[in-house]
Design a protein. Sequence first.
Length: 349
Amino acid sequence: MPTKKQASVLLIYTGGTIGMMQDARSGELKPFDFNTLKNQIPELAKFDIELSSIAFEQPIDSSNMQPKVWSQIATIIETHYHKHDGFVVLHGSDTMSYTASALSFMLENLAKPVVLTGSQLPIGMIRTDGKENLITAIEIAGTLKKGKPIVAEVCIYFEYKLYRGNRTFKYNSAHFDAFKSPNYPALAEAGVDIQYNFTYLLKPSSKRLKVHTVLNDNIAVLRLFPGLNEATVNAVLNTPQVRAVIIETFGAGNATTEVWFLNQLRQAIKRGVVLLNVTQCLEGSVIQGMYETSTALKKMGVISAKDMTFESAVTKLMFLLGQNQTPANIKKNLEKNLRGEMSVLPHDL
Ligand code: ASP
């Protein structure tokens, strides 16, 4: 009888609370090295999964995350892609949704799982959530069905739930259950068994993995609020080098209809700046034209981010701008669902 193939998982340690320790003098949480982390989890040695690891020499608090580090992580995955069945990225929870979203765009034609996880309490603490998160993330990354991985996308595993990474945001800094994915169901839930929601998983690509490491950070954000003044809008839209501005709007993508405001947006579009409408609501979608307060935006060419998260909108723009595409192509791709980051709703058809 042929023996079952043992899955192989690569663990990439970038930092985060999971691997932090309290500084004896200041009481601050600071990252420690990966070997200390491994020693804290003797269970790792018991896995029926071949586990390899790569650790950042200088682990970081994820609030220090930068696009160049996303490129580093994507390159590690590319270099080791053929040797492993799955990847687990240990990462701080603060910007984990940004990293997961960025990686989802950077890793085109993925056919293997890339599971990000971390914890709210350091691994050395008795009540840590880090052990369960890490152990189950490795199990998910190393689960094969007929020799093939079940999951073929960039995900976040946290507190018993597996989510599509580019649908998540961190919503709670105090609870173990730190992430939400309001516009897309969980991909799996871990209880006694790991129950996969097969209908919601992306299909593995049969094409060769293509890794995009060039990102362009010339973007700005304009968050609307009643009383936002002309000088601020002018400053944001005219930020030197800016190529795209995310406008964080109200409700279903609505904004003030003040003439000065709409004129500023029109002028920005004329200068070739891409304007992307993302709602401040955490659930639901932008529907430009549903209210009078969004009709002018639609007419002048503001692009609807539909139900994309802010994190996805930021990283999708960095990714598309990094490709040196024409504004028309950027617009086309922004409106297109590239990696499961947006829903195709009836009013879009
Ligand atoms: N500040 C930490 C980080 O994001 C928080 C965490 O890991 O949960 O790196």
